[in-house]
Design a protein around this ligand. Structure first.
Ligand code: CP
Length: 316
């Protein structure tokens, strides 16, 4: 890891944990992205593993379903030679009434150094920092934040654009329930991007403008000049069926189709996944050469390696 240490110098994160990006400044976000670019190169090697965190142990606490994030953190830990244990709510003593605090403290008592948590309750990651001594990474807490998703989005965007300054990014869909939207808004505006949010009134938080974004309810306006379109998943599990009349109508008004790709021939398209095909994105958009959805997933491992490495390296 000599080469990585020389690249990042003595720079460290100001924070002990990664709970969200609202508190991270441009230097810290840039440090994570720079470090992730180094790890991204290592992931292209035949042997994709470095010995950096040998002997370090991470608990992956996932109380909500996940494919990308859980596997990505697991791979990131393994690529760094750390040990990782996966914990899910079902089948554990939580079903016998044990609290999150007791569960976490018992896991930490087995000499775990860091916890990654996904939970349906906003603030669960903050709460965990008050229960355990180790570092905590938020892997998505309700509709609050999903910081590593936004960081991997930024890394992916940076592969196509040199600077975030004045980059025009449109975030489309269910803004109100989206932790991905919130983390992206914080990080992108911190780095100087112009962010527009677009979606139906019922899925738009009140006073969202106060976060420094433009608001539109018309997809054509959002896509007219944008450099990057981030489509969000419709989160039916968080609001039921009541806020959108039908998925067909949602697709007609806010779904990205091939004609949108023809009208804006420069924009790249991101989606955090899982995609509801034919709702947020038509098949032709998912498979379009300017869709970078699978690059996001690849970059997720490098970003999570960077976050784990930087938090584990910091002796604060
Ligand atoms: N983007 C994301 O968080 O996906 P998963 O729910 O599969 O982890």
């Amino acid at each position: 890891m000599q080469e990585l240490a020389s690249q990042t110098g003595s720079q460290v994160l100001r924070h002990r944990h990664l709970l969200g990006l609202s508190a991270y400044n441009a230097e810290e976000i840039s440090l994570i992205l720079e470090t992730a670019r180094e790890f991204r190169q290592i992931l292209e090697r035949p042997i994709k593993r470095v010995p950096t965190l040998r002997g370090f142990t991470i608990a992956n606490l996932f109380f909500e379903p996940s494919t990308r994030t859980r596997i990505s953190f697991e791979l990131a830990a393994k690529r760094l030679s750390a040990d990782i244990v996966n914990f899910g709510g079902s089948g554990s003593s939580l079903s016998k009434g044990e609290t999150l605090k007791d569960t976490a403290q018992n896991i930490e008592a087995m000499k775990v150094d860091m916890a990654v948590i996904r939970h349906s309750s906003p603030g669960a990651a903050h709460f965990l920092t008050r229960c355990i001594k180790g570092r905590v990474i938020n892997a998505g807490d309700g509709a609050h934040e999903h910081p590593t998703q936004a960081l991997l989005d930024l890394l992916t965007i940076s592969e196509h654009y040199e600077s975030f300054s004045d980059l025009r990014v449109s975030i489309i869909g269910d803004i109100a329930h989206s932790r991905v939207a919130r983390s992206n808004i914080f990080a992108l505006t911190t780095l100087g991007a112009q962010v527009t949010v677009c979606g139906p009134q019922t899925l738009m938080p009140v006073q969202i403008e106060k976060l420094g974004v433009q608001v539109t309810h018309h997809l054509d306006d959002a896509l007219l000049d944008c450099d990057v379109a981030i489509a969000l998943r419709i989160q039916r599990e968080r609001f039921g069926a009541s806020l959108v009349p039908s998925l067909r109508e949602y697709n007609a008004l806010y779904g990205l189709r091939e004609d949108h790709m023809h009208r804006n021939t420069g924009m790249i398209v991101l989606h955090p996944g899982p995609v509801n095909r034919g709702v947020e994105l038509d098949d032709s958009v998912i498979e379009h050469e300017r869709s970078v959805i699978l690059d996001q997933v690849t970059n997720g491992v490098a970003v999570r390696m960077a976050v784990i490495y930087l938090l584990a390296s910091d002796s604060n």
